[in-house]
Ligand binder design. Structure first.
Ligand code: MRU
Length: 364
């Protein structure tokens, strides 16, 4: 591991100057640890769009601070609207992003312009700590699930978790969503082993492997195409994934490749849980068909980034760069394939009744 910076405790923080943001640049991981400073709205929008920060909860938190940063420069109504629009447009699928922008906008809307920036920082900070608390609670509920599975394993054998994308502290601030139960299990000395889907084309699985390695959690990286094989052969006890947007009926939108994983888990009768902080529930959405699915640049498929033998980091083309490519970044797993939703208030069925049972204030 090389890089200019030590590994920070969180992937985002307000810098010592009290206003600019420091982020761990995830486009440079796992090869280099580089912390970059964001000082303008444009910096934040760019960091979100190119995925220097990523993962649904972290997108929300970053956008919230982005709005605060923007209000320092222009606290007018026009400035607020312009910043909110730019942030929401930066990435379309994770509902955490528009939700965070809405929360911060509401907190400042009625304030005089000279009070807005400070109030926005306070609202962003509160939102960030809410996410940390939710992740920790998801970890505790998920730990109970892993303990039940551990009881069914031969003595000394680990619970075998399969996960997709990156749902750890890099994607949140602490613990993570689907990885929170794994980290809690590791803290409690419950043996776990994680199968890590590589998650082409952005290879977030390598971020997961990097995180797990740093915390000493046993893991094995697999190509996405190997997951169904392992499920079929009985080598997986549970699938744990995150979500970018879950409908009020429990349909789970997550990183592309999650849906085939759920189909394979169902065929193999392996439980499939989605870790869903309430900030990732789109309470306004009944039908998953209307979830905006991000289509990313074909360049992400046409080239692969890695480290060369001489230590240089480079992009290479696995094939003819002009090849026509399609790159949808998310898919939807219908609720019927989801064993349960792991929320900060406990585990529930993937259904409107299940979610409303835990979040009665959202009942219609
Ligand atoms: O495109 P990304 O890397 O932002 O996608 C991240 C995921 O799909 C995660 O699984 C999701 O955000 C939920 S958990 C943090």
């Amino acid at each position: 591991l090389t890089g200019a910076s030590p590994i920070p405790a969180r992937p985002l923080r307000v810098a010592e100057d009290g206003w600019s943001l420091e982020i761990l640049d995830q486009t440079r991981l796992p090869h280099e640890v580089v912390v970059v400073r964001l000082t303008t709205l444009d910096d934040v929008v760019e960091a979100i769009a190119v995925m220097r920060v990523r993962g649904a909860p972290l997108l929300g938190i970053t956008a919230a601070y982005g709005l605060a940063l923007a209000l320092r420069a222009d606290p007018s109504d026009h400035g607020l609207r312009r910043a909110a629009k730019a942030l929401v447009a930066a990435r379309p699928t994770a509902v955490n992003l528009p939700r965070a922008v809405e929360v911060v906008s509401a907190a400042v809307a009625d304030l005089p312009s000279d009070a807005r920036a400070a109030a926005a920082y306070a609202a962003a900070g509160a939102l960030a700590e809410e996410e940390v608390t939710a992740c920790r609670a998801i970890g505790d509920h998920g730990l109970r699930l892993l303990l039940e599975l551990a009881a069914g394993r031969p003595p000394g054998q680990p619970v075998r978790v399969l996960t997709h994308c990156n749902t750890g502290w890099l994607a949140t601030l602490e613990y993570g969503t689907a990885l929170a139960p794994v980290y809690r299990a590791a803290e409690e000395n419950v043996p776990v082993h994680v199968w890590v889907d590589e998650t082409r084309p952005r290879n977030q699985g390598w971020l997961t492997a990097w995180e797990l390695h740093a915390r000493g959690v046993p893991h094995t990286l697999i190509p996405d195409s190997a997951a169904a094989h392992l499920l079929q052969r009985g080598e997986v006890d549970v699938v744990l994934v995150g979500t970018d947007r879950t409908t009020r009926r429990g349909d789970v939108c997550n990183k592309i490749g999650t849906y085939p994983l759920a189909l394979a888990a169902r065929a193999a009768r392996v439980p499939f849980y989605a870790a869903v902080p309430s900030s990732s529930v789109d309470w306004s959405r009944r039908s998953w068909r209307r979830i905006p699915i991000e289509e990313r640049s074909p360049a992400e498929v046409r080239r692969v980034r890695g480290r060369l033998e001489d230590g240089m980091i480079a992009d290479v083309h696995p094939g003819r760069p002009e090849t026509e490519v399609r790159n949808p970044a998310f898919d939807v797993t219908p609720a019927r394939l989801v064993t349960g939703l792991l929320t900060e208030r406990g585990v529930c069925a993937a259904s409107a009744a299940g979610l409303e049972g835990l979040f009665p204030e959202r009942r219609r």
